[in-house]
Design a protein around this ligand. Sequence first.
Ligand code: FAD
Length: 446
Amino acid sequence: MSKTTQSIKVTIVGGGIGGLILAIMLEAARINYIVLERSASLRTIGSTIALNACSLRLLEQLGLWPEIQKIAKPIGAFHLQHDDLSHIGSIDFTFGEKHYGYYGYVMARPDLFELLKSRIPTKKVLLHKAVVDVIENDCGVTCRCADGTEYRSDILVGADGAYSKVRERMYHHLRLQNRLPSEDDQPLKLTHLCVLGVSSALDPKVFPAVMDKFSKFELMLFRERRCSIWLSPVQGNKISWCYGGEVDQSPESPRNKGVNRRWGKVPAKTRWLLEDISELPTAYGCKVGDIINTTPKDRVSSVALEEKYFETWHTKRVVLLGDACHKVLPFAGQGAVQAMLDSLCLANLLHDLKGNTTADFEQAFQSYHQQRSRSARKAVIGSRLFGQFVVSKGYLAKWARKIALNLMPHWLTRTVTDWVMRDRPQLSFLPIIEDRGLVKAWCQRR
Ligand SMILES: Cc1cc2nc3c(=O)[nH]c(=O)nc-3n(C[C@H](O)[C@H](O)[C@H](O)COP(=O)(O)OP(=O)(O)OC[C@H]3O[C@@H](n4cnc5c(N)ncnc54)[C@H](O)[C@@H]3O)c2cc1C
């Protein structure tokens, strides 16, 4: 470890998945840091998270692999059907372990959160610290919290999510200097609203699917509405569920009539929305209501799904990561993975810093943006396209699904997947985990 690395101090704003994973990496790199989190505790909403080989090789390097295997289930397949259970098509995912060294894994989000939390000393996470302003100069960066406290460090990382305050303050200063690209001044695009949760432990005699080694994602697409239901078994004999609908982007369109009215006030209408789908049959042989009605009421969340790729990721001493600079739709399970890959890239660059001047930090951030922006942009676009492919209505969408899920040769599907999954980088300052996949990871840029 260089003297520079020993002496720098980092403030991470936000104790979400991105902020916590960066904290674990800085802990491993022995870089001084604190996490400022606005909530009263480190917690997350109760749905699921799917992680793929791109992030699992990294989690193994951080020593988290044995615990991940305990809390997660390997993903076996993705079945797409109509709301009357008529089959549309399937994608098999069981080749993941052979090709990339890991299956995809799905886990309850709170379980992953608890695991990440357990690896960070409690004293390094300060709660009730809502950052309201960030001021940087050549000597360092100071952030001010809503309670009047101030924290000074060499650099500040904004890992504070889609509605990042750090980004807002950064962009405010850049706008005053006429240095903010016009695209970054546009708001996030709200595309979907959904209600989600994880059931209580279910009786395996009634729900045998919860005992399968593999979790099979069951997606039900409504014929008459622009809505879908997603179900996937997770550890602990539970089933995670999500009921979502597209938000009307052009309210005048007769095709969209009723969608916004239906989803416009999700929090207030959660109960009514769920009652609406409870009698529908599922591929598990039970009704949707048999699963969702076992979810404790305080664990049912309504979530707005937005997307946006931001062009500007840093100034001289302030840098963004995760949803703060690229908000990805969740359809392709990419948001948290991308936040982890951002953190990895930043941690490597901070570990290898040659000096601690403003120019050194700015150069590291430029390199970070250069290394990460392409992959993050691809994740935003890829997730949008995958979402459109899966849930869109109309003849074109119907035929695209028919061809891709039933007629496309396996080698073609795998070529596309290989291209994404070859991004399995490692931290430069920890022992490298052997690449067990047949499809080898890209050579890592430094
Ligand atoms: C329904 C759904 C399903 C998803 N499924 C998947 C999946 O299967 N796989 C996947 O990879 N991704 C998935 N994602 C995306 C993934 O959850 C996010 O991309 C990821 O959590 C982003 O992490 P983050 O740390 O950047 O932001 P966040 O998780 O939003 O964390 C931000 C943190 O910052 C805190 N904060 C905010 N403002 C301030 C402030 N001013 N001061 C201090 N703290 C602040 C917040 O309280 C929060 O703790 C899903 C998302 C949704 C909505």
